[in-house]
Ligand binder design. Structure first.
Ligand SMILES: NC(=O)c1ccc[n+]([C@@H]2O[C@H](COP(=O)([O-])OP(=O)(O)OC[C@H]3O[C@@H](n4cnc5c(N)ncnc54)[C@H](O)[C@@H]3O)[C@@H](O)[C@H]2O)c1
Ligand SMILES: O=C(O)C[C@H](O)C(=O)O
Ligand SMILES: [Mg+2]
Length: 568
């Protein structure tokens, strides 16, 4: 049975009734259409619902009040996550209404960090199907699987293969919680109708032995397939998506380093896609750095940036910093000389044989380490005196007290960004960093952290997470029907986000806008992205007012519409 785009938005459309061809229990089982006790008496009569619901007709406010009461009874964050997901699977309008009312409180529950635990516990807490599970043994049926999707007008897909879930490694099909969470943010923060979103899990096996040994594990019980089979399977998937939804925006999420960049490079000119960990992260990180530079009264070109973790996120951020530095007048070579990528073998230098291409482009001249004791992070900090330290290693504690104190000794206001998720993987907590720097560091983290007080001064901690960027990119792409995601659009998103930062607007305050303001921020990002899409020739031209109207029209809001019966 198809749930079509009945919940499509637009202020005008929202007021019009929807003509629904479903009735009785099956209507109550459709999360996109179900209103529960908010079905009016008239609707209950028209749709054969009398006797299927408690008698009292309720408003969405009354339903949301009860749901929040139930939520408050939960004993821990995983229970809160399970409760919210159950509401989502029952009644999406109510779920998004709850999120709208309690966005800042609930983001850490449906998204990072709790979503990490939901991935690890996926097969233990599983209740209901959502999205598509495309497993390797079913590859012959790829087109049929996409045809079985309950939504016809899919406009945003988030896909993962579960191999690099946050900093938690291979979670097999447990990784499905990530696309589900990301798409919840597309709706809650970026106004993309839930009728237009689809999470997809590509089940190509898992190398996580604990999962393979777990009798409850629900995925394909098989080690990950080899690279050739994998590439062919991904190709088959991409072509099937293009046939089924030729204009969809496809977001690659949490792929392992071996596949993330190659997939992006292979497909970015073939369909409208981007990799959130490489490009979304770069966008939010550069925006945060621009705000930090403003707070310090310096330029991006003045910074020396050390990274721990030269993977998808690290190299994506580094390349975007190169762009930002060259825009401030440095040559590309000068910009690259200011970036220091530390990975497991130490500082990446051009003489290292086994680097990926995307790492080799960022490797330093080996001569730089001459006279150093070694090439570890401590050696780099001592040797080059960076002004910015970025952690994207997925390893707790790599920003040791020695490292941070050394950094602070060479820079009065260092920017320190332990970006690894979830909370358990943070390179150093904000409390540690601020204590080791006498409160002088400018800190931003990937997962949410409470404010920290040092020497009587309280510091809000900006959450430098790609969640600030991807909902706005999606809204902009959907609004003008862009057919590609260009570098220019990503840079436009980053700049638009930086312009919304209190530090940039007023010269003081947090490095990023409050998450409570994310809808307005997403609209500003969407506008910049849409305009850049037109400038780059990947969307039809229109004037600014038309873009604004399209953004507004596409911004779905969780309000019930009245239903009229359509003949079956
Ligand atoms: N804040 C955000 O928005 C955001 C976005 C993307 C990724 N991340 C986080 O960044 C982390 C990495 O993500 P990724 O996609 O780049 O993964 P990745 O696997 O591509 O890269 C991680 C890199 O860290 C390196 N590394 C591991 N241990 C190390 C050590 N002890 N010393 C030096 N390097 C080490 C690995 O060799 C690898 O190159 C994850 O924890 C993820 O949650 C955060
Ligand atoms: O999912 C997140 O919180 C951010 C990022 O995409 C990550 O992989 O860590
Ligand atoms: Mg990710």
């Amino acid at each position: 049975m198809k749930q079509t785009d009945q919940t499509q938005s637009s202020t005008r459309a929202r007021k019009r009734p929807l003509y629904i061809p479903y009735a009785g229990p099956s209507l109550l089982e459709m999360p996109l259409l179900n209103k529960g006790n908010a079905f009016s008496l008239e609707e209950r009569r028209a749709f054969n619902l009398i006797g299927l619901l408690p008698q009292n007709v309720e408003t969405i406010e009354e339903q949301a009040e009860r749901a929040y009461h139930q939520y408050q009874q939960c004993q821990n964050d995983l229970d809160r996550h399970i409760t919210l997901r159950a509401i989502q699977d029952d009644n999406e309008t109510l779920f998004f209404r709850l999120l709208e009312d309690h966005l800042e409180e609930m983001l850490p529950i449906i998204y990072t960090p709790t979503v990490g635990q939901a991935c690890e516990e996926f097969s233990n807490i599983y209740r209901n199907h959502r999205g598509l599970f495309i497993s390797y043994p079913d590859r012959e049926h790829m087109d049929d699987i996409l045809r079985s999707a309950t939504k016809d007008n899919v406009r945003v897909i988030v896909v993962t293969d579960g191999e690099r879930i946050l900093g938690l490694g291979d979670q097999g099909i447990g990784g499905m919680s990530i696309p589900i969470g990301k798409l919840s943010l597309y709706t809650a923060c970026g106004g993309i109708s839930p009728a237009n979103t689809l999470p997809i899990m590509l089940d190509v096996g898992t190398n996580n032995q604990a999962l393979l040994d777990d009798p409850r594990y629900m995925g394909w019980r098989h080690e990950r397939i080899g690279q050739d089979e994998y590439d062919a399977f991904l190709e088959q998937f991409i072509q099937a998506v293009r046939r089924r939804w030729p204009n969809v925006l496809l977001q690659f999420e949490d792929f392992a380093q071996t596949n993330a960049m190659p997939l992006l490079e292979r497909y970015r000119d073939e369909l409208c896609c981007f990799n959130d960990d490489i490009q979304g992260t770069a966008g939010v990180c550069v925006a945060t750095l621009l705000a930090a530079c403003k707070a310090k009264g310096e330029g991006m070109k003045d910074q020396k940036v050390a990274f721990v973790g030269a993977g998808s996120a690290g190299c994506g951020i580094a390349e975007q910093i190169v762009v930002a530095m060259t825009e401030e007048g440095l040559s590309e070579a000068e910009a690259r000389q200011r970036l220091f990528m530390v990975d497991r073998p130490g500082l990446l230098t051009a003489d290292m044989g086994d680097l990926y291409d995307f790492q080799a482009r960022l490797a330093q001249d080996p001569a730089i380490t001459r006279g150093w004791a070694g090439n570890t992070l401590v050696d780099v900090v001592r040797g080059v005196q960076p002004t910015v330290l970025i952690g994207v290693s997925g390893q707790r504690g790599l920003f040791t007290e020695d490292v941070i104190r050394l950094l602070y000794a060479g820079c009065a206001r260092p920017v320190v960004m332990p970006l690894s998720n979830p909370t358990s993987r943070v390179e150093a907590t904000p409390e540690e960093v601020l204590n080791w720097t006498e409160g002088q560091a400018l800190v931003a983290t990937g997962s949410p952290f409470a404010p920290v007080t040092v020497n009587g001064q309280t510091h809000a901690i900006a959450q430098c997470n790609n969640a600030y960027i991807f909902p706005g990119i999606g809204l902009g792409v959907v609004a003008v029907r862009a057919n590609r995601v260009t570098d220019g659009m990503l840079m436009a998103a980053s700049r638009a986000l930086a312009n919304e930062a209190p530090t940039v607007k007023t010269g003081k305050g947090p490095l990023l806008p409050a998450l409570g303001d994310i809808r307005a921020v997403s609209m500003a990002i969407a506008f910049a992205v849409a305009r850049q899409a037109q400038a780059d020739g990947v969307a039809l031209q229109s004037d600014d007012d038309t873009i604004r109207a399209a953004i507004e029209r596409n911004f779905w809001e969780p309000r019930y519409r009245s239903y009229r019966r359509r003949s079956f």
